[in-house]
Design a protein. Structure first.
Length: 442
């Protein structure tokens, strides 16, 4: 564990975020002598020929300038390193991933503090954690995976919008039944993105001193390039249940213009002994989204509505509503939200890999579900400039893993003829180094 870093020059901190050269050789030398026994062949495939390793470097700047102190700001670096074996006798695979986030600048003053950034533990402390450690067994397109792993099933997801993602302790079966992919399993615990310890799913929802697990099931069919249908449901006894579904697809108007349409609907509520709030509650959310793609340009409009009986709860992942923005989720009780946005890929100007995005979102009509008093009407304006090496066709190989996101959000909250504003800056740098066994099968 590392204590908070002392404030320093911003230029020096940003220099420390620069990517390094690959620590892995990109070409692996073949073994000097191939094994002859079946066991020897399988062990070589398991430990070397089909093994993969990755070192993902990530640095993050978060700076929320509030109208009144304290503001929340920090600069961190870290990432993760992982190893995955091949398939032993085409049946067994092992894997592990270790994560870390370490402070470069983590102030702890009255004016600015790193607390609230979700990049570090409270007090500005970094940490290490074994976020994934799993064993998988497969048969006939079905794979069972046990213990610590990534779960990305609609409402239950890695919430990967800070330095490290959240991971889960789960016992899951994944696979395909014809054209439908499914997930079915029991999720016992979750590691939040800003902590090293796993907590049970009751605690993760906000019910302290309650030990509960989750049953989770999801199905997915198709893809957005044609037609896609997805649905999921989870159940945490005496705490919370939630069911979600969406449908979408693409209409090709002509060779230059295509339109994507999508709709979503979800319901949620308490159950059993209502240990989360002490009383029963339920709510819903629905939404619609339309995207138009014309050459290097894209345009979006979206609408969402939350039920007025309760705010939507998303304790197990990032909110997946169409109007979830950089800073605000727009999922308060009764909230109606609309977004308009556009993006431009500078490949149309001879700069492939450079993408600019701008959106404006309004959320109104929200209420306090207990008192039914009105809450603020919110506006959020987001700007983003992304630079992606994998979208540069002529870039050298070492530049392909480079990914830089520069984001800013301006938020205005209007209530009773007063306005409260803040500005939030985020800079995220990713660079991944990978090694693959010389005979890795797809």
């Amino acid at each position: 564990m590392t204590s908070a870093g002392k404030p320093g020059g911003l230029a020096l901190a940003l220099l420390a975020m620069a990517p390094v050269q690959s620590a892995f050789a990109q070409e692996s030398a073949p073994p000097a002598e191939a094994p002859t026994s079946r066991l020897g062949v399988e062990l070589q495939r398991f430990l070397y020929d089909e093994a993969t390793a990755a070192l993902h470097l990530r640095s993050y700047l978060f700076d929320r300038q509030n109208q009144r102190p304290p503001s929340s700001a920090a600069i961190v670096t870290g990432g993760w390193v992982g190893l995955q074996t091949g398939w032993f006798y085409d049946t067994l695979q092992l894997g592990a991933v270790g994560y870390t986030t370490q402070p470069l600048w983590a102030p702890q003053g009255r004016i600015t503090t790193s607390d609230g950034t979700s990049l570090l533990k409270r007090g500005g402390y970094g940490f290490f954690t074994l976020g994934q450690a799993y064993a998988s067994a497969r048969w006939n397109r079905q794979t069972a995976t046990v213990f610590r792993q990534i779960v990305d099933e609609l409402e239950v997801n890695p919430r990967d919008n800070r330095e490290i993602p959240q991971t889960f302790e789960a016992y899951a079966l994944r696979g395909a039944l014809g054209p439908v992919n499914y997930f079915a399993g029991y999720v016992a615990a979750m590691k939040p993105r800003d902590d090293s310890a796993f907590i049970n799913m009751g605690q993760a929802a906000g019910a302290s001193h309650v030990n509960k697990g989750m049953g989770l099931f999801s199905v997915k069919y198709g893809n957005m390039n044609e037609v896609q249908v997805r649905a999921s449901t989870y159940y945490v006894p005496d705490i919370l249940w939630s069911s979600y579904a969406d449908v979408g697809g693409t209409i090709k108007v002509n060779g230059d213009l295509r339109v994507q349409l999508a709709g979503q609907f979800a319901v949620q509520g308490s159950n059993g002994m209502n240990l989360l709030t002490g009383q029963p509650f339920s709510t819903f959310w629905g939404g619609f989204r339309a995207d138009a793609f014309w050459g290097p340009m894209a345009f979006r409009v979206s609408y969402t509505q939350i039920g007025s009986a309760a705010a939507w709860r998303n304790p197990y992942g990032i909110f997946i509503g169409y109007n979830k923005m950089q800073s605000l989720d727009f999922n308060r009780a009764g909230e109606m939200a609309v977004t308009a946005g556009a993006s431009y890929d500078f490949k149309g100007a001879g700069l492939p890999g450079v993408i600019f995005l701008a959106t404006a979102t309004y959320g109104g009509n929200s209420v306090n579900p207990q008192t039914h008093t009105s809450l603020s009407n919110n506006w959020e304006y987001d700007l983003e400039l992304a630079i992606r090496g994998d979208a540069m066709p002529n870039a050298p190989g070492w530049l392909k893993p480079f990914n830089l996101r520069n984001r800013v959000a301006f938020v205005d909250q209007y209530l009773n003829d007063t306005v409260t504003s803040y500005t939030e800056y985020r800079v995220q740098l990713n660079y991944e180094l990978t090694w693959k066994g010389p005979r890795l099968r797809q």
